[in-house]
Design a protein around this ligand. Structure first.
Ligand SMILES: CCCCC/C=C\C/C=C\C/C=C\C/C=C\CCCC(=O)SCCNC(=O)CCNC(=O)[C@H](O)C(C)(C)COP(=O)(O)OP(=O)(O)OC[C@H]1O[C@@H](n2cnc3c(N)ncnc32)[C@H](O)[C@@H]1OP(=O)(O)O
Length: 237
């Protein structure tokens, strides 16, 4: 496993910055301000295949894209940053400008999308609106290691949070997250996170998910989450 991961790492380095349609920029060599000031970077959709995706991930992606054809499923796009108008709305309602400097905020990005291709979080989420559930296909790269050769539990928790949040469809905050880690996830492997909305109670959304291997034989984790719809009348800070 470690050997294949090292080979993967070598090929990933060979592919750095070559995501389809992406500008050839190297994140560690250029100042963040320059990287994130171009519209092209801000609006790039990262939930699409790139050369670091394994055969398993590409295969599952293709299968779910087929399910999207009749409209029952949709692929959720993923951006490093929100669009300008959404950012402004968000700041107006929920952020205290005294707590976060404008310059720092201009550099902000979704942390799961801050890695070079293949090194960190590679994922795509498909949503079935009628069934109120999502499927997240996730390949955790070599920079997400915890115990040698294994995915860090915090990286898994991050993906579980995002997967559960993708079922909510709105401005929400995670209030509670409970995870049972049942089996360790091999680094660089692909897992499937099935999430669903179990109950809606006022502003409270109760969700659950499980994390399985591609062949569904291994149950890696189970989790439940409570998300709260944000109240624009209240400040979250
Ligand atoms: C920040 C805004 C986000 C906006 C997003 C906008 C668009 C989304 C689109 C794209 C996003 C893209 C990607 C997202 C990627 C990553 C997601 C990251 C998610 C996070 O990384 S997120 C950070 C961790 N998260 C926090 O940092 C929360 C800190 N926290 C709070 O900010 C407040 O705590 C809050 C807002 C949760 C609630 O505050 P509040 O004042 O609005 O509501 P209140 O306290 O009245 O609770 C109402 C009812 O929920 C019950 N309740 C509350 N908490 C509970 C708990 N823990 N257990 C059991 N019940 C609980 C109460 O008991 C009451 O129940 P009842 O109504 O029955 O009395």
């Amino acid at each position: 496993m470690l050997r294949s991961c090292t080979a993967g790492l070598r090929s990933i380095w060979a592919l750095r910055g070559r995501r389809e349609g992406a500008p050839r920029l190297s994140m560690d060599l250029q100042p963040a301000r320059r990287l994130f000031s171009t519209e092209k970077v801000i609006h790039k959709d990262w939930a699409l295949p790139n050369p670091s995706w394994s055969k398993d991930l590409k295969l599952l992606f293709d299968q779910f894209m087929k399910k999207c054809e009749d409209g029952s499923w949709e692929r959720l796009p993923s951006y490093k940053r929100r669009s300008t108008q959404e950012s402004e709305d968000f700041k107006t309602y929920f952020l205290d400008p005294k707590l976060v400097e404008e310059e720092r905020l201009s550099q902000a990005q979704l942390f799961t999308r801050g890695f070079e291709d293949g090194l960190g979080f590679e994922y795509v989420i498909f949503k079935n609106n009628d069934e109120k559930r999502t499927v997240c296909l996730f390949q955790g790269g070599p920079y997400l290691q915890g115990v040698p050769g294994l995915l860090h539990g915090g990286a898994m928790a991050t993906m579980i949070d995002i997967a559960l949040g993708s079922c909510t469809g709105g401005a929400v905050m995670t209030a509670n997250l409970n995870i049972n880690f049942k089996r360790p996830v091999p680094l660089c492997s692909v897992v499937v996170i099935n999430s669903q909305l179990d109950k809606l109670e006022g502003r409270k959304l109760f969700l659950s998910c499980n994390v399985r291997s591609v062949d569904e034989k291994t149950l890696y984790s189970e989790a439940t989450g409570l998300f709260i719809k944000l109240d624009p009348e209240k400040s979250s800070t």
